[in-house]
Write a new protein. Structure first.
Length: 133
């Protein structure tokens, strides 16, 4: 892997995934690396975090929003999040128990997002959206 790596994850099959930037997702399996490329409108995101979904998908937090990656087909698709027009920088993500997920973002704070991205809501209080660390 010739790019910087920000995320590493071992999936439920034992494969190791490394998220790099820009656009690189790499898998170590059976003693070999394989590279997969993600893009959105000709741009290549940096992968910040990798989360295992209950099925064969990985959920990827990136500099260009959320992506759902199918480990069987090797295809990754962006998840459009209503109200954010693909401009959502996502630092980290966690799968929720009902198929939804939680995303820690740069500008919108903590969001709970439906699996299809049709709704995204902030918790009613607590973590501010504009907190600088």
């Amino acid at each position: 892997i010739q790019r910087y790596v920000l995320a590493v994850h071992q999936d439920n099959t034992g494969a190791v995934w490394a998220g790099a930037g820009p656009g690189g997702l790499h898998r170590w399996k059976d003693g070999q690396w394989k590279q997969f490329t993600l893009s959105l409108n000709g741009l290549f995101p940096t992968i910040h975090h990798i989360e295992q979904m209950p099925d064969s998908h990985l959920l990827l937090a990136t500099s260009l929003g959320l992506f759902r990656f199918d480990t069987r087909t090797g295809k990754g698709d962006p998840i459009p999040v209503r109200g954010h027009n693909g401009l959502l920088i996502v630092w980290t993500v966690a799968a929720g128990p009902n198929g939804d997920f939680w995303a820690g973002t740069k500008a919108a704070g903590l969001l709970r997002i439906s699996p299809d991205g049709a709704y995204a809501e902030r918790p009613p209080s607590g973590i501010p959206a504009d907190a600088d660390i």
